[in-house]
Design a protein around this ligand. Structure first.
Ligand code: NAD
Ligand code: IPM
Ligand code: MN
Length: 353
């Protein structure tokens, strides 16, 4: 039987996850499935109360779920972000969720800030390497707090890690009849780590001759994503660049409130979450857009094979967007709760295809 773990986390993560969970329940009600959801308490409140971030036993228990849906982590009461690093990066690393899939898809023309662009122009996916790079936490401080202080943060790139994310990007493109995969790095400056990306990309591309492979340095790519996003189908890049580019991509489709993501190890327990964070200044005000969380739940449904329900969620979100039943970040006048209700009304009204 399918089992899902829910980690609402902090700030607006709690509010958007509540709506996403209710939307999941609505979709399963329509299709007649009964899926148990386990709500887990991990986040800033739990950490401040108990000193616990994500205990090993909880991590082990997570492996027993089909998927995890997460809100966001980050709280000003934990200034060093320790709990978020342990929970979010901890799950990504320890469950080896090496694919961070972040689609950039414009749902309605009026949402993009790019002049003259339509939904036909903005539809690509960013694959972000999710277990290596600058995120692994290797390095350290020497002579901390003195004028001679040294801070080292190592950029870890392994042949295995680079190859598997590149291969995943090509496999994804191939499975969808895609034509193009673009790899982005900074090999003109990062002459060791990103040289590995260059060489591995050439080798992997060789195995997918029907797919056009190309490269852009990440600075040029940031410019091109704004200048002409229609040229992209699949972008694959390292952990840090993928983080930055996916916020840029989020704005192309209408803002962080809409952007969905999956942290995936194909065939294993994976974690789905909106791209945005906990936005502490909006927490508890019923203003956060829940659509990114609902679309992340739809990605999760696709991954666990609940395709009908995934289409119900996506279709309902598109319906709410087109009808202007949105939060204020998308120009509407509704609250988080009311947008969730509007999406659920559309889910319940739809018949599964
Ligand atoms: P953020 O994504 O939380 O918010 C940035 C801005 O984006 C907000 O001020 C708001 O204007 C907009 N925004 C984000 N989500 C929105 C939504 N659902 N609806 C409407 N507008 C939305 O980024 P930040 O302010 O840089 O970070 C806040 C905290 O979240 C930090 O602690 C950070 O580390 C954490 N964070 C966590 C995750 C995660 O858990 N995956 C991701 C990003 C940031
Ligand atoms: C994201 C976030 C995280 C990241 C932070 C909270 C560590 O920005 O998921 O995009 O950088 O991966
Ligand atoms: Mn980010």
């Amino acid at each position: 039987m399918t089992r899902i773990a829910i980690i609402p986390g902090d700030g607006i993560g709690v509010e958007v996850t509540r709506e996403a969970v209710e939307c999941l329940r609505a979709a399963w009600r329509v299709t007649g499935r009964d899926v148990p959801l386990d709500l887990l308490p991990y986040g800033a409140d739990h950490f401040l109360r108990t000193g616990e971030t994500l205990p090993d036993a909880a991590l082990d228990a997570l492996r027993g779920y089909d998927a995890i849906l997460l809100g966001a982590l980050g709280d000003p009461r934990v200034p060093d972000n320790r709990h978020a690093a342990d929970i979010l990066l901890g799950i990504r690393f320890k469950l080896d969720l090496y694919v961070n899939k972040r689609p950039v898809r414009l749902l309605a023309d009026h949402l993009t800030p790019l002049k003259g662009r339509t939904a036909r122009d903005i539809d690509f996916v960013i694959f972000r390497e999710n277990t290596e790079g600058l995120y692994v936490g290797m390095g350290g401080l020497f002579k901390k707090g003195t004028p001679d202080e040294i801070a080292l943060q190592e950029d870890v790139n392994t042949r295995k890690g680079v190859e598997r994310i590149l291969r995943h990007a090509f496999e994804y493109a191939q499975a969808r009849g895609g034509r193009r995969v673009l790899m982005s790095d900074k090999s003109n400056a990062l002459i060791h780590g990103h040289d590995l990306w260059q060489r591995t990309f050439r080798e992997v591309a060789h195995d997918y001759k029907a797919i056009e492979s190309s490269h852009m340095y990440v600075d040029a790519l940031a410019m091109q994503m704004v200048k002409d996003p229609s040229q992209f189908e699949v972008i694959v890049t390292c952990n840090m660049f993928g983080d930055i580019l996916s916020d840029l991509g989020a704005q192309l489709q209408g803002g962080l409130g809409l952007a969905a993501s999956g942290n995936i190890h194909p065939g294993r327990t994976s974690l789905f979450e909106p791209v945005h964070g906990s936005a502490p200044k909006y927490a508890g005000q019923n203003v956060a857009n829940p659509m990114g969380a609902v679309l992340s739940a739809a990605m999760m449904l696709d991954e666990i094979g609940h395709d009908e329900e995934a289409r119900l969620l996506e279709g309902a979100v598109v319906g709410s967007v087109l009808a202007g039943r949105t939060t204020r970040d998308l120009g509407g006048g509704l609250g988080t709760r009311e947008v969730g209700e509007d999406i659920r009304r559309r889910i319940m009204a739809a018949r599964p295809s």
